[in-house]
Design a protein around this ligand. Structure first.
Ligand code: PEP
Ligand code: MN
Length: 375
């Protein structure tokens, strides 16, 4: 059971004290308080865990600080979408809103290499009205002798350039909890010219200690990639680890599944799960067509497979696109063969906008059908 308190209930008020006294003394029930900062107000959610079947919803709703109570299932307690659950989805970070209706594009370098390429990328983004990007500094590599990313050494100049070009959010994978501190320290020293969305890669989806460490901070939102060889339920539970530690500002990213059946693509594109994740949880959903498709193969219609896969995700309602670009893919240190080119950026953005508008129109068609069935 989840008890949602009246907005802005003061933690030192009599109503709060009485309510918590009642809840904390329920036999066999433990209480966990979760704070949610909405755009306009602060919400306190009280999770009642354990033996909650016999609890009377009306009785909980009658407590002085409780606005309403929701019966929640065991799965994805915080991030999930439960019956009669009207809680908000999404969040705003550094002036950019992420929710289940809108769309943000994170085009950028798979891995930071030289300042000139980062500069060219960010200039192109600024020229095309973009305020988000991806920049890998810590790279998880299959081969220990491959380039591992520049690590914290590149952070100062990457963040400075981002600030110069009006980039507000950089998706950046971390592979160890100490990287959060490195990012935070660098941003603080520079006066926070930009923001970071911490990315958990597919190889770390079930690195529970890393998830708990990231979940314990709420300065940075999190982009969690689906595990490449586990069920959707297992990956959604991994996202819940972040929320259970206190950080519910999580975006869930589909990036394809590792199976021979996916060939000739690098991974089996799984973007049909976009609506499934939105139905099961309140997380905004991201698609990563670059790591799903993994090449610049082109269909006879002249459109790259990466672009077709992007369209499939966005037309199904994806809320974020994470995509590899590079000014000189032949010089890229990681994943050059799948990178899109600077000159492809405007057309790609136009295609994505078309697909997002089409998703809106598709909803209208089916909502009309629902209305006429009611009449
Ligand atoms: C990446 O986005 O750079 C990456 C390594 O992706 P994934 O974890 O999905 O393989
Ligand atoms: Mn990559």
């Amino acid at each position: 059971m989840l008890a949602i308190l009246h907005p802005d209930t003061a933690l030192d008020s009599e109503a709060y004290r009485q309510t918590m006294h009642f809840l904390e003394n329920l036999p066999g029930v433990s209480v966990r308080v979760h704070e949610v900062q909405g755009a306009k107000q602060r919400l306190t959610e009280v999770y009642l865990l354990g033996d909650t079947k016999s609890l009377d919803k009306d009785e909980i709703e009658a407590l002085p600080a409780v606005e309403r109570a929701i019966r929640i299932s065991d799965d994805y307690r915080i991030l999930g979408r439960h019956k009669d659950d009207r809680r908000q989805s999404g969040f705003t970070y550094n002036g950019v809103t992420f929710d289940q209706s809108n769309l943000n594009i994170f085009a950028g370098l798979c891995a930071v290499d030289v300042p000139e390429h980062v500069e060219q990328m960010m200039q192109a983004l600024e020229d095309n009205g973009q305020v988000c990007t991806r920049m890998g500094a810590y790279k998880p590599r299959t081969n220990p002798y491959s380039f591992q990313g520049h690590g914290k050494g590149c952070l100062p100049w990457v963040f400075e350039k981002a600030g110069k070009h009006g980039i507000k959010v950089i998706a950046m994978e971390i592979t160890h909890e100490s990287h959060i501190e490195e990012i935070d320290h660098c941003l603080e020293q520079l006066g926070r010219p930009t923001g970071v969305m911490v990315q958990v890669g597919t190889r770390n989806t079930q690195n529970f200690e890393l998830l708990k460490a990231i979940g314990r901070q709420s300065t940075y939102p999190v982009l969690l990639k689906r595990g490449f060889g586990i069920t959707l339920n297992e990956s959604l539970n991994a996202a819940e680890y972040l929320a259970s530690e206190g950080n519910a500002n999580v975006i869930f990213c589909l990036r394809g599944m590792k199976t021979e059946a996916g060939q000739p693509h690098r991974n089996m594109v799984d973007f049909a799960h976009v609506p499934a994740v939105k139905r099961l949880t309140r997380m905004p959903v991201c698609v990563d067509p670059s790591h799903s498709v993994g090449s610049r193969e082109r269909a006879p219609d002249g459109v790259l497979d990466v672009m077709h896969a992007t369209a499939q995700g966005v037309i199904a309602g994806a809320n974020m696109v994470l995509v590899d670009f590079h000014p000189k893919p032949e010089k890229a240190l990681v994943d050059g063969p799948q990178a899109l080119l600077m000159e492809e950026l405007p057309a790609y953005l136009e295609d994505i906008q078309l697909c997002h508008d089409t998703w809106t129109k598709r909803q209208q068609i089916y909502n009309r059908l629902k209305e006429s069935a009611k009449a």
